[in-house]
Write a protein that binds this ligand. Structure first.
Ligand code: ADP
Ligand code: ZN
Length: 720
């Protein structure tokens, strides 16, 4: 763990730097994301600011960069202690002096941190809302120079929101005590009421409000039929070996039973729900964050305290009851901006279960809740781009279909389903509008099931009229008919199916009904193309980089993504930097991380390249590194050439290249002084253009081979 002493060594003068330079220097990013820069400027201008940005949007740098630039310390109020620790560790690893104060620390530790603050040694101080309630802490705050208050998860202040925390309301006195200190409130909750509540509760003074798009284009949206779920989950997980993912389940019991089934199959899995003992919960969560457990079967209790950026997929074993919860839960995937997948298992039964539950509990706003449930259903059954539906729910418009949802990828095929509709309707009517969906389908298909035989349903006229379709197909069509209004469910009568508002026109006016061909339930589709050679190599390197990350993370006692995010490792595997300059160009590598980790990661890359070259795969740069390896083992230029079946000239050019890159190659010992002078004279006279040695070689009338000329050229800085 990084301790205060190493922290103190980081301290520098406040920065006069430009925001963009600081973004590169500390975080290793080349550009701001949309809105980040404008937010930074607003805060720097001293304005109160409200930031609404989806999870993973990049809220942290919005206040951290102003904190670096402004005099004094930025006080960050953050609701979750576990999260606070990770955030501070991430800052320290980026070279930004920060600390947190909360109830997990001894009073001695707290005093030490307060001293650091007083001495101006910290740029950011994270505190819990509880701490902000203490009078003595206010006295302390009054005694220091505060650059800025950042209120993270600001929706917790609103009793409208779903995460209301009474301690947050105490923050309403901030502005009274510190009228001159700007306040920035940040949240991923977008709705209007909450937004207004934040502004008024915090007494923000004419705040600048930034609302980023809530679109998360890197998340794929998929809905799968809610049948054979475990089987489908296994198929999906097998396509994603070693990736972290969350499966949200409706009940505590189902988290446990699903985890047991997956464990039995040998997956790295655990479960999490609010009924577990707190210590055990914390432990399981920690193991997941640290990549020791890959799959988490959880109720919605899981997630608030998770800052893990490399969750690669989220599945919903059951449909959530509204799109807010759904969006928040899938939002835990792909925070690093890399592609991540989401899958929702949908069955009409889940829908009915929610209806029952809501109606039983009969909350005051039952109507609102049912309407929300309906929007969720609409999303689940959509025949047009799902992202458009999702964003429109959040009052945002997405111009074109997204291309990254299952509907966009498999456009629906419509057909004239009038006859199907008539068959289903007339069966329902002949069954006196008394039977539920399963029985109706049995009758249509001519099944001899118990419920059919018992009631003599096999004697009615439409019995077997739909025997050409599978059960699942009928279920799908009937659901569509319900959605369109041809058939209705009698919730008050055991879910019997009866005539809907369109029934008569279908039956008696031959009204045309268009239906959608159901997706093949086994969406197995050879989803995966075989990897190209380049991809295979990159993935192998990526695995090694991840292994190193894990090792370093365990040594430092931080979650792996705090060392480097997945996207940084991917960039690294793509660029394969072998020197500090190139390493610094990897997205997510700032000065501090270059110094801390550059050497180890470059070591893995060089070894990898050399081993590839040994195996006959010549990646860019790899052949040099193999030469380097042999040279370091003590082989001469000629021996290496012989061993590798390459010319002396080629190996000499490797030496020259390595020398120029700063590797310790003793070029001087490879030519005598007279040779060197002779060749240098020739180079001075003829010059070397485009690395072409031939003119110099010819001028010297073949007295020296290309290897020697190459070496002298490198020694005298004449080649590139
Ligand atoms: P939020 O708090 O909004 O959920 P974070 O601040 O944790 O999001 O940022 C999410 C991820 O995006 C982090 O890995 C962060 O380093 C990365 N990130 C933030 N800003 C940028 C940027 N300008 N370029 C690239 N990555 C960024
Ligand atoms: Zn789409």
């Amino acid at each position: 763990m990084l301790t205060p002493p190493s922290l103190l060594s980081l301290v520098e003068e406040p920065h006069a730097g430009q925001p963009l330079d600081l973004l590169k220097q500390y975080y290793g990013y080349d550009r701001f994301r949309p809105m980040q820069e404008a937010i930074v400027q607003s805060i720097l201008a001293g304005r109160d600011t409200l930031v609404l940005m989806p999870t993973g949007g990049g809220k942290s740098v919005c206040f951290q960069i102003p904190a670096l630039i402004k005099q004094g310390v930025c006080v960050v109020v953050s609701p979750l202690i576990a999260l606070m620790k990770d955030q501070v560790e991430a800052l320290l690893l980026n070279g930004i002096p920060a600390a947190y104060l909360n109830s997990t620390q001894t009073s001695g530790e707290q005093r030490q941190i307060e001293q650091d603050v007083t001495a101006g040694r910290l740029k950011l101080l994270y505190v819990s809302p509880e701490k902000m309630q203490s009078e003595s802490f206010y006295i302390f705050l009054k005694s220091i120079r505060i650059s800025l208050f950042a209120i993270d998860e600001a929706h917790c202040i609103s009793s409208w929101g779903h995460d209301f925390r009474p301690e947050y309301q105490q923050l309403n006195i901030l502005k009274t005590h510190f009228p001159a200190v700007p306040v920035v409130a940040l949240t991923a909750t977008a709705d209007k009421l909450t937004r207004q509540d934040i502004i008024s509760q915090l007494n923000l003074n004419d705040p600048a409000v930034f609302i980023a798009s809530f679109n998360r284009p890197n998340l794929s949206l998929n809905v799968l039929p809610g049948i054979k779920r475990v089987q489908q989950i296994i198929r999906l997980v097998d396509q994603r070996p070693d990736q972290s993912g969350i499966i949200y389940c409706q009940s505590r019991r189902s988290t446990e039973s699903l985890a047991a089934k997956l464990e039995e199959k040998g997956y790295s899995v655990a479960y999490y729900h609010a009924g577990m003992e707190a210590g055990r919960r914390a432990k399981v969560q920690e193991e997941f964050v640290r990549d020791n457990i890959k799959i988490m079967c959880a109720t919605i209790a899981f997630g608030m305290g998770i800052d893990k950026s490399n969750v690669r997929w989220v599945m919903h074993y059951n449909m959530p009851k509204n799109l807010e919860s759904f969006y928040q839960e899938i939002g835990r995937a792909g925070r690093d901006g890399l592609k991540a997948d989401t899958y929702l298992f949908y069955s009409f039964a889940d829908m009915m279960m929610w209806k029952d539950m809501l109606s039983e509990n009969a909350p005051a706003n039952l109507g609102v809740q049912l309407a929300k449930l309906e929007r969720m259903q609409q999303y689940s059954e959509a025949n047009c781009c799902r992202r458009q539906i999702l964003l429109s729910y959040f009052s945002e418009e997405l111009g074109d279909p997204c291309g990254n949802c299952d509907v966009c990828q498999n456009p629906r095929v419509m057909f004239d389903g009038t006859i199907l509709a008539q068959k289903a309707l007339s069966a329902a009517i002949r069954l006196q509008e008394k039977v539920p969906m399963n029985t109706l389908i049995d009758v249509l298909r001519g099944s001899r099931s118990q419920s059919v035989m018992q009631h003599n349903y096999h004697l009615i006229k439409t019995y077997g009229a739909g025997s050409d379709l599978k059960f699942e197909e009928w279920r799908n069509y009937i659901q569509q008919l319900i959605n369109i209004g041809v058939i209705e469910i009698a919730y008050d009568n055991h879910y019997a199916l009866r005539r809907g508002i369109l029934a008569d026109s279908v039956l008696f006016q031959n009204r045309r009904i268009d239906l959608v061909k159901p997706e093949e339930a086994e969406q197995a589709k050879a989803e995966k193309k075989p990897k190209t050679k380049t991809e295979a190599v990159r993935d192998e390197l990526l695995d090694r980089l991840k292994a190193l990350r894990k090792q370093l993370a365990d040594e430092q006692n931080v979650p792996p993504y705090v060392i480097f995010t997945d996207s940084t490792l991917e960039d690294m595997a793509r660029l394969r930097p072998a020197n500090a300059g190139d390493f610094r160009n990897v997205s997510g590598v700032g000065d501090r991380k270059l110094a801390l980790f550059g050497k180890s990661f470059m070591g893995v890359i060089t070894n990898f390249l050399a081993s590839q070259a040994r195996g006959g795969t010549n990646l860019k740069g790899a052949t040099y590194l193999l030469t380097l390896e042999l040279y370091q083992q003590g082989y001469t230029l000629e021996e290496i050439a012989h061993d590798r079946n390459l010319s002396n000239g080629t190996i000499a050019s490797h030496f020259a290249m390595l020398y120029q890159q700063g590797y310790d190659i003793d070029l001087e010992s490879l030519v005598s002084m007279t040779e060197r002078l002779d060749i240098e004279r020739a180079i001075a006279r003829i010059g070397i253009e485009n690395n072409q040695l031939k003119p110099v070689y010819d001028y010297l009338q073949g007295r020296y081979d290309y290897a020697k000329i190459r070496i002298v050229a490198a020694l005298s800085g004449n080649s590139d």
